[in-house]
Design a binder for this molecule. Structure first.
Ligand code: R5P
Length: 281
């Protein structure tokens, strides 16, 4: 079994190769003057693991091309970040169900798929091959432990992320809750922990995705007003679009961590061990 990766997942693929002892096969990537992509991989094996986050159009095309290049191999596709997963329904007539379109296209030429904390696990049924979602929640809990915070409170920014927050907190025995929103008027909304009191505590807000940072920045400001000692942010997929980092720091967040499903300066939690456990099982 060998490993291949697209350009967006080179560091994670390297770490996975080290963790598994499998060979990471180098690939040449090129872009033609008209913008079309080309790639050529080294020699693959009977079984190949493609580690390939889809964060934009080029990384999506590279994922398709990698699967095509491995046509004589049995391919396991690992999508550390599956972009387009948030449009998982048709909210208005005429809309594309983007998650379905991406999943169907990426099923071509592969035998199984692993996603990691994908936005909505119902999306797994859109793949035309067996698909499973892996979770970095326990790794996030272990990372938060290394921050050395005194009795931290793990908070989900909304009820939808509460299950994720619970699985981050439970193995490391931290308290956990989620924020609930109260609308006071058309413009005034407050957020506070549903059950617990954040006052006097170090809080870590955890979410699957930080995109613009808007959700966590608002939550952070509210928690500081409620007397939190410090607020930290942790997510699996750090998209950080539109000035996301600056928005969080200016809202008073003391530290930001994400995983390497999207490689960035804040990628201090690695998905490599989690991928290793899945592909070698
Ligand atoms: C939403 O359902 C997700 O779990 C995140 O809460 C959301 O994507 C965060 O977006 P932003 O960082 O732009 O507020």
């Amino acid at each position: 079994m060998k490993i291949l990766c697209n350009e967006k997942s080179q560091v994670l693929a390297g770490k996975t190769a080290l963790a598994t002892g499998l060979e990471l096969v180098a690939t040449d990537f090129k872009k033609f003057p008209d913008g079309e992509l080309y790639l050529k991989t080294g020699k693959t094996d009977e079984e190949t693991v493609i580690i390939s986050s889809v964060t934009d159009s080029d990384s999506f095309i590279q994922t398709l091309l990698l699967a095509d290049a491995c046509e004589d191999s049995e391919v396991t596709l690992v999508l550390p970040y599956m972009g387009y997963a948030r449009q998982d329904k048709r909210f208005n007539e005429g809309e594309a169900i983007s998650a379905r379109a991406i999943a169907r296209a990426l099923s071509e030429g592969v035998s199984r798929v692993y996603t990691i904390n994908t936005h909505e696990t119902d999306n797994l049924s859109f793949f035309r091959v067996p698909a499973e979602d892996l979770s970095l929640a326990p790794y996030m809990g272990e990372y938060i432990k290394t921050l050395g915070l005194d009795d931290p409170l793990i908070l989900a920014p909304d009820a939808g992320a509460a299950v994720f927050a619970k699985s981050v907190a439970e193995k490391v025995h931290f308290d956990c809750d989620h924020l609930s929103k109260t609308r006071h008027s058309g413009t005034e909304v407050t957020m506070q922990p549903k059950e617990l009191d954040a006052s006097g505590r170090s809080v870590v807000i955890v979410d699957d995705i930080i995109s613009t940072g808007g959700t966590l920045a608002t939550a952070s400001k509210m928690l500081m007003m409620q007397g939190a000692v410090s607020v930290h942010a942790a997510c699996v997929h750090g998209v950080f679009s539109g000035g996301g980092y600056a928005k969080l720091y200016s809202a008073g967040v003391k530290s930001i961590v994400s995983s390497d499903t999207i490689e960035s300066a804040s990628s201090r939690i690695s998905a490599a061990e989690c991928i290793k456990n899945a592909v070698l099982s």
